[in-house]
Design a protein around this ligand. Sequence first.
Ligand SMILES: NC(=O)c1ccc[n+]([C@@H]2O[C@H](COP(=O)([O-])OP(=O)(O)OC[C@H]3O[C@@H](n4cnc5c(N)ncnc54)[C@H](OP(=O)(O)O)[C@@H]3O)[C@@H](O)[C@H]2O)c1
Length: 384
Amino acid sequence: MKAIYLLGATGSIGSQVLEIIADHPDEFKLMGISGYQNIDRIKAIIKDFQPTIVAVKDEGDASALKNDYPDVKIVYGPDGLVEVAKFEPENDEAVLINALVGMVGLKPTIAAIEIDRDVWLANKETLVVGGHLIKDLLSKHKADLRPIDSEHNAIWQLLHREDKRSIKKLIITASGGSFRDYSREALKTVTLEDALNHPNWSMGNKITIDSATMMNKGFEMIEAAYLFDLDIQNIEAVLHPESIVHGMVEYVDHSIAALLATPDMRMPISYAMFYPKRQTTSIQPLDISQLGALHFEAIDPKRYPLLGIALEAFKKGGSTRTVLNAANEAAVKLFLNQKISFLDIEDIVIDYVREHQPIADPSLEEIYHIDADVKQEIYQSYGL
Ligand SMILES: NC(=O)c1ccc[n+]([C@@H]2O[C@H](COP(=O)([O-])OP(=O)(O)OC[C@H]3O[C@@H](n4cnc5c(N)ncnc54)[C@H](OP(=O)(O)O)[C@@H]3O)[C@@H](O)[C@H]2O)c1
């Protein structure tokens, strides 16, 4: 029986994890959660699963919940997330599932690895910003990291039996996001509502916007470089509008293995949670004979400049990844609050990445300092 500490329980990934836990009470027990603004959902989760510890946004929400649930330990803020991640440190069967959005997920991931706790990771920003810290910690601790992100989960599935020297290249696929059929000209007038309407996946707002700008694929290439310890030159992203092939591995003999599945996050979540077993799921099966054509094409860098800027930031190195992520988080938040247009997201991120003078191998403190400075400056400039 695994004891699950689930950060981001109120979100899109978090809700799908909860479905699996509810369906398998003999395999998993939910011990701790975090939510942020969605207090009603937090209350419903407490009622259904009776966790021991719950983290919320701030002290006000925490004291209100303490009155309602005197037997539950209620914590709050970024420190509360860390407390949940490392709660019950002596329990070897405990796992952290990190389904937070944004770099707020970095410290709790580190806290779990430091007590040798396995982490099943959806929160890609952790690796974008702190990949070098996580890689170093994993080499010193007994903790394992399992990827939940669908492309990385697919590649992880494909790599189990392969020697690393047999790998030539990893290929991750991109749906193209909400605006894949739009010209650059048409992007000038798109609305928030249009942007949140993803053709293939139903996800949280931030990743839906990151998919439309293609920043998501830049993040995923960086994530793959850290997860699979490969040079970024050996990782490629291709457009694949059907989202049926999630990841591919090209071997040195030029054969390519691909993982196909209906686009449904319950597949990679379930694979990570039950590994090394496979579990039956209620996901729509793929009828190969009815699939018809699958399409793949190169991603046009002029159409999607943020993919190129993510790679530029990775090559520039060190704290540039922090700036890439911070500027993107801030710009996406401005767009979600309708303070800027869709194309302004690109301008803000490109300006910050190009202007930054990087610090090599930034410490956790330096990362948090730079992140806060960049976000504050951007919010101030746009009145948020
Ligand atoms: N959704 C997908 O299909 C998918 C696929 C692959 C990878 N991912 C990755 O998985 C992660 C989660 O994505 P998602 O789509 O599930 O996001 P989401 O639906 O927006 O959920 C985010 C979760 O984080 C909480 N949260 C937001 N801001 C917070 C903050 N400042 N401090 C603490 N908690 C905060 C939210 O709480 P409240 O809701 O209570 O405010 C919610 O529980 C992201 O890194 C994303 O890139 C998602």
